[in-house]
Design a protein around this ligand. Structure first.
Ligand code: PRP
Length: 168
């Protein structure tokens, strides 16, 4: 494993993102929607740095068809427990790769009539994009590398690492 982003770099970025998002929301309450499992650590840190009042909920998605996300077919396997109607909502993702997951979730949640719907991804791999989708906020733009740590796994391992590593 090779270190890509040190814990301090990640934390600094999370603080910057929280500051920018809070500023854009101008003190309004926001519902953070974490996409399980990968986003849970990022969301926990982001939530604690936000200056706006925060509520939290989670969704879990699964790809089906050929068994890979790139098949482009996604479904919600654990839905939100909160209504989005009239709320300021921020979808929190650890990583955007093909864009299929976020695009699907964005469309599904938009239909529930939130007041606003924004997206944040800590990591972005634009070279892997299969659909046109760009998050409103991105932490780090990275090459097409297999990364683990800070919520990201390889067969469920390494999610608890405080930094982000490239698996070789
Ligand atoms: C990862 C990540 C995103 C998705 C991004 O989840 O957390 O949800 O893949 O890929 P895409 O842009 O190509 O759709 P993963 O399926 O690894 O599940 P996990 O978060 O439970 O580890």
């Amino acid at each position: 494993m090779k270190l890509l982003l040190r814990e301090e770099e990640v934390q600094r970025k999370v603080r910057q993102l929280a500051r920018k998002i809070s500023r854009d929301l101008a003190g309004k309450e926001v519902l953070l929607v974490g996409v399980l499992k990968g986003a849970f650590i990022f969301m926990a840190d982001l939530a604690r740095r936000m200056r706006s009042p925060v509520k939290m909920d989670f969704v879990r998605l699964a790809s089906y068809g050929s068994g890979t996300v790139s098949s482009g077919r996604v479904k919600i396997t654990k839905d939100l427990e909160t209504s989005l109607k009239g709320k300021e909502v921020l979808i929190v993702e650890d990583i955007i790769d093909t864009g299929v997951t976020l695009q699907y979730l964005f469309r599904r949640l938009k239909a529930r009539k939130p007041r606003s719907l924004r997206t944040v991804a800590l990591l972005d791999k634009p070279s892997r994009r299969k659909v046109r989708f760009q998050p409103d906020y991105v932490g780090f733009t990275i090459e097409d590398l297999f990364v683990v740590g800070y919520g990201l796994d390889c067969n469920e391992e390494f999610r608890n690492l405080p930094g982000i590593y490239v698996l070789k």
